[in-house]
Design a protein around this ligand. Structure first.
Ligand code: FAD
Length: 480
């Protein structure tokens, strides 16, 4: 299922039409040279490759509107692209070369920071770290945080409804948005850049475009919510026996820290082994190895609260035998070291040969049972397969990745991608979970969606697509 059966029906743009598109942005921002185009055609995992007739880099919302108007009139397929860090191939064109990539990177202005109102207006192409930095400069926090934050963009974050490591406290990307500016498929600009915290005047349209992966409209700007910056943060690396112990610790952490608990990530020992083997300047986070680890972070109003809250939590967890050992970061450098180990897990895994990935969620209380069942099933299917189930336990979202057996053949292992997916997704379904927790559907899971989505929900999604994009020009063959 890695590559969907979709074949683009849209016509290839003629030379004359390509010239009309190029004239909208100016030839300098209309890319056709293969060497310049290359970086828009592949994605980080090297799983999806495409070809495009043209890459357009508009410099304003009005230019985006003119491009979509022309595309809609001529039935030309448009693939919106931000930082090109998406993991399901949604931003990559198909390989027949008829589609046009709309790269939003030049819409990179932060239009406004309102510290009093706690809002920031960013254009779609602003890189996530630039938003975080602008909030920080205003004495505030923009909490969305992902491993790709140095290159992913606001438009991509909202279009994928990105998750990341602070969802537990602040929610997914869609919960961090007050308003949107969107260009519709026919070129109309919807100015929905409201800053209202309350507005019950009918359907809340912004939620249609978030998580739509560029299939319903092109997001050009957003009003983002800013939060008070915590005065003190504690970060702990905790060794324990099993995901069951991690779940018990999560319950205890909620009792002790309440809303101050901002991150609760789980990592198996094999992940730490990979980090120690392939990472730079890494060392074992605790004296002795443990079967599982939790990376937990709390954000507090003051230092005393931070210390007492975290220490009381760990004391009780140690007393109850839930955790075996723990280290609290004593400096910013140690905090960064802890986070560094978490952030490079995907990267180091790729150094161990082929890896078959799953971004799944189940109800939080079911995570340990899901990990046990899926691990047993995958190990029975491929003897020697190495399961690395890590991620956002606090959100019920596990990256259930499977590395090839040591010394095995990478191509032969990856040929089993569909079979491994089938096996894991069947267990996800048993636990009433989701086959895509935070990365989206894109091309990768398009053909799977009808099997896992409620049929009525799927039919309504198709009706919405037909209403908002009747000519099927926006990211065709993605999601639906
Ligand atoms: P792109 O990859 O360019 O596009 C993603 C999708 O959005 C595509 O379907 C595209 O067509 C659409 N799109 C882009 N811009 C617009 C726009 N302006 N209007 C309409 N549609 C648009 N994701 C998580 O959720 N949580 C994580 O923890 C996480 N960690 C990651 C770590 C690494 C190392 C990497 C490489 C990726 C990770 N991701 C994660 C996935 C990815 O970074 C996110 O999906 C991110 O939000 C994509 O942003 P982007 O700007 O790169 O979008």
């Amino acid at each position: 299922m890695l590559h969907s059966d979709y074949r683009p029906p849209n016509p290839a743009p003629s030379e004359d039409l390509i010239a009309r598109f190029a004239a909208i942005v100016g030839v300098r921002y209309a890319i056709r040279a293969p060497a310049e185009m290359a970086r828009y055609l592949d994605e980080p995992r090297d799983l999806f490759h495409g070809k495009a007739a043209l890459v357009l880099r508009p410099g304003s919302t009005e230019e985006v509107a003119a491009i979509l108007r022309l595309a809609n009139e001529t039935g030309t397929a448009i693939i919106p692209q931000g930082g090109n860090t998406g993991l399901v191939g949604g931003q990559v064109p198909h390989d027949d070369g008829t589609e046009i990539i709309l790269s939003l990177g030049r819409l990179n202005r932060i239009r406004e920071v309102d510290a009093e109102g706690g809002t920031l207006v960013a254009e779609a192409g602003v890189v996530l770290t630039a938003v975080q930095n602008a909030a920080d400069a205003a004495g505030l926090l923009f909490p969305l945080s992902l491993g790709s934050e140095g290159s992913c963009t606001v438009g991509g974050n909202l279009s994928t409804n990105a998750g990341g490591t602070a969802v537990l406290a602040y929610g997914n990307a869609r919960e961090l948005v007050l308003g949107l500016e969107v260009v519709l498929a026919d070129g109309r600009i919807w100015n929905g850049l409201g800053r209202l915290r309350k507005d019950n005047t009918g359907y809340d349209l912004k939620h249609l475009f978030m998580g739509a992966e560029g299939t319903l409209g092109v997001i050009t700007a957003a009003v983002l919510k800013l939060f008070p910056k915590p005065k003190a943060v504690t970060t702990a690396f905790i060794g324990l026996d099993s995901p069951h112990a991690a779940l018990a610790l999560l319950g205890l952490a909620r009792q002790h820290l309440g809303a101050a608990l901002t991150t609760f990530e789980v990592v198996p020992r094999i992940g730490i082994d990979f980090v120690l083997k392939h990472g730079n300047n890494t060392r074992d986070p605790l004296g002795e190895p443990h079967a599982w680890y939790v990376l937990a972070e709390g954000s507090f109003g003051d230092e005393a609260q931070a210390q007492s809250g975290t220490e009381a939590l760990l004391e009780e967890a140690l007393e109850k035998g839930i955790v075996a050992d723990a280290a609290i970061a004593a400096s910013e450098a140690q905090r960064e070291q802890f986070w560094g180990m978490r952030h490079i897990l995907s990267e180091v895994q790729s150094r161990e040969g082929g890896s078959i990935k799953h971004d799944v969620s189940v109800p939080v209380a079911a995570v340990p049972a899901f990990i046990d069942a899926a691990t047993a099933a995958v190990e029975a299917l491929i003897p020697g397969a190495r399961v690395i189930a890590f991620g956002h336990l606090g959100d019920g979202n596990i990256h259930f990745n499977v590395s090839q057996p040591v010394g095995g053949d990478k191509a032969a292992f990856l040929a089993g991608w569909d079979a491994v997916n089938e096996c894991v997704h069947a267990i996800v379904a048993e636990f009433s979970g989701s086959i895509s927790a935070e990365h989206g559907i894109g091309r990768m899971k398009r053909d799977l969606l009808p099997r896992f989505k409620d049929p009525v929900a799927l039919a309504v999604m198709r009706q919405l697509k037909a209403t908002l994009d009747p000519n099927g020009i926006l990211n065709p063959g993605k999601v639906l």
